[in-house]
Design a binder for this molecule. Structure first.
Ligand SMILES: *Cc1c(COP(=O)(O)O)cnc(C)c1O
Length: 301
């Protein structure tokens, strides 16, 4: 499956001779957005081949991966279980648009404390899940494993070979690793982490086979799912100017970064950039509930 590249024509790019295209992976599927579609593809094939009737995975209340897994299970006749961070959600998960939709697609939830959630990859915790739920195919948090990287290697096609730089938002780094592996010769891959921390580089190195990449670590806005008025204004303004919606956790931060770098002269004259729109728009509804509570402006949908 291929998504199309859309040119972004803005004065701050034009003035400096920078060409920017956005790969619209967000349009691949209504519910299984962007990179989560790529990450699930070969895992679904494997799960079916091994005869599993249930997928089990982990995530927070707004997780794109949780909703993607729920929907993919629904479409493939496989049951899904979501281990959700935050015990308080046991009572009020119905107020959360992401979880509501995941439940509609048949996902069963198991809510755990933040402490328990931190221990989710230990053998002891996984054994307890097997006792509770029986056999399942395990998808790690964010869906990142070797088969997910294989799927993400299909984002770039031969038509993308003449871009100088490929940009992508980074959570676990799985998507970036796929882009790194499939980038053409001479192409650089730039990752924009949505969270603070130095562990990412090591994680990416376990999956990436080349060293044509770097991380731009100045654009996390304070950490994962952290946002401020400047970011929200940027996303709404970008939407007004281009007609493209961005999510506040990943793609909004990446594009803020790219345009900031363009203004600061990071790109030499004539540079051709391809930014991957990894999706995530389903989370905006829920994010707006949070923004409203914080008395911040809301994101336009
Ligand atoms: C999950 C996600 C990412 C991060 O992908 P990783 O492979 O975990 O780095 C980026 N953008 C969106 C919209 C996502 O949902």
């Amino acid at each position: 499956m291929k998504s199309h590249n859309q040119q972004i024509d803005l004065p701050e790019l034009r003035e400096r001779g920078t060409t920017l295209f956005i790969k619209r992976e967000d349009e691949l599927h209504k519910h299984i957005s962007g990179n989560k579609f790529r990450k699930l593809k070969y895992n679904l094939i494997r799960a079916k081949k091994e005869g599993h009737s249930t997928l089990l995975t982990f995530g927070g209340a707004f997780s794109n991966h949780i909703l993607a897994t729920a929907r993919a299970g629904h479409e493939n006749g496989i049951g899904t279980i979501g281990i959700i961070r935050g015990e308080e959600l046991r009572k009020n998960w119905k107020d959360n648009p992401t979880l509501q939709l995941a439940a509609k697609f048949g996902m069963r939830f198991h809510f755990v404390s933040r402490d328990e959630y931190r221990r989710k990859s230990t053998a002891k915790f996984l054994r307890s899940l097997q006792i509770d739920f029986g056999d399942f195919y395990l998808l790690p948090e964010g869906g990142t494993n070797t088969l997910a990287i294989k799927g993400c290697e299909e984002i770039l096609t031969e038509n993308d070979a003449d871009f100088d730089i490929v940009c992508c938002a980074v959570g676990t780094g799985g998507t970036l690793a796929g882009l790194i592996n499939s980038a053409s010769r001479g192409q650089s891959v730039w990752g924009y982490p949505a969270l603070k921390g130095d562990f990412l580089k090591e994680d990416i190195r376990t999956f990436a086979i080349k060293d044509n990449w770097q991380l731009m670590t100045n654009y996390h806005f304070g950490g994962y799912a952290k946002m401020n008025r400047e970011l929200i204004d940027f996303i709404n303004n970008f939407n007004d100017r281009t007609g493209i919606a961005l999510d506040p956790i990943y793609t909004g931060k990446m594009l803020y970064g790219i345009l900031d770098q363009a203004k600061k002269g990071f790109f030499s004259e004539g540079t051709r950039i391809l930014a991957i729109h990894t999706g995530g728009l389903q989370g905006i509804k829920g994010m707006n509930l949070v923004l409203k509570k914080k008395k911040l402006p809301l994101l336009n949908i």
